[in-house]
Design a protein around this ligand. Sequence first.
Ligand code: TA6
Length: 294
Amino acid sequence: CKGVNGLDKVVLREVRGSTAEVYLYGGQVTSWKNDLGEELLFTSSKAIFKPPKAIRGGIPICFPQFSNHGNLEQHGFARNRIWTIDPNPAPFPTATCDKAFVDLILSPSDEDTKAWPHSYEFRLRVTLGPGGDLMLTSRIRNTNTDGKAFSFTFAYHTYFSVSDISEVRIEGLETLDYLDNLQEKERFTEQGDAITFESEVDKVYVGTPNKIAILDHEKKRTFVLRKDGLPDAVVWNPWDKKAKAIVDLGDEDYKHMLCVEAAAVEKSLTLKPGEEWKGRLELSAVPSTYYSGQ
Ligand code: TA6
C-alpha cells in the first residue's frame, strides 16, 4: 500500500496483532508494533520521506559502507534506493502460517555501479514471527563476472524507541573494546557495569556477543537483540547539541531514541564471485519482569 508521500510500503501482520511496516524506499522497516499496538521503533516526526534523504528512524540498511569508512556517501547507498519485492520468494524451511514475511531485492543501478563498480544481488527478508519477534535476514551475493572479489561494511542501523534515554541501560557490551567515533575512531576498553547514557555516544563495539539487551527501566520493557554474521555493535545517541544540528530530528527526540546496530565495521567483509554472505538480526521486546538475562 501507499505510505507517506505516496511511497510504497508493505504492512506485515501477525495473527496475535503485532505489525511491521517496510518501505521499498531504503528496504527500510519504519514501524514495529507489539500486540498492544505499542510502537517499538523510533521514527522522527521530522523524518523526510523523500529521496534522496534517507528516512530518519526505523531500521536503515547501511551498505556497502558503514558511516564514512570509505569513499562512498555516508552509510552507503542502499538506504536511499528503491528496492523491489521478490514475486517468487524461497519458502521457509518450516511451516509459514504463523509468520508474515516479505522478501525485497536491491540490484545495482548504472549510477551505483559508477560509485561502486561491482555486481551483486542483495536479498532482504523481513519476518514477523509468532509472538511478534522481528527478524531481518540479508543475503548478499557477489555476481561479478570479471572475477573480482568485493569488500563491504554493513549495519542494521536500528533506532529503538525508549521512554527516557537517562533511564536506559545496555547489557552485553561491558568490558569490550570499542572504537570511539567522537575521538577519531581511537580504540578504548569499556570499564565497569552496564552501559548508561548521560551525554553523546557514538561507539563501535568490536567482536561482541551475539546477544545484547536494552533495558528501558521506565517502560519496564527489555529489547533483546540477537545477531548472526555481524561481529560488531554500534551504539549511538546524538544528545542535545547534535540533535539540534540534524534537520530531520526534533530537538528533544534524542531522549526517546537509542541506536544499537548489529554491524560489521571494524573488519570489512569480502566476497569472491559466486560467494554469498548472510547477516541476521532478531529483535524481541519483552516486559522487564520476564527478562532474566539468560
Ligand atoms: O551509527 C552511528 C552514526 O554513524 C553516527 O556517526 C551518526 O552521525 C549517525 O550514524 C547518523 O548518520 P546519518 O547519516 O543517518 O545522519
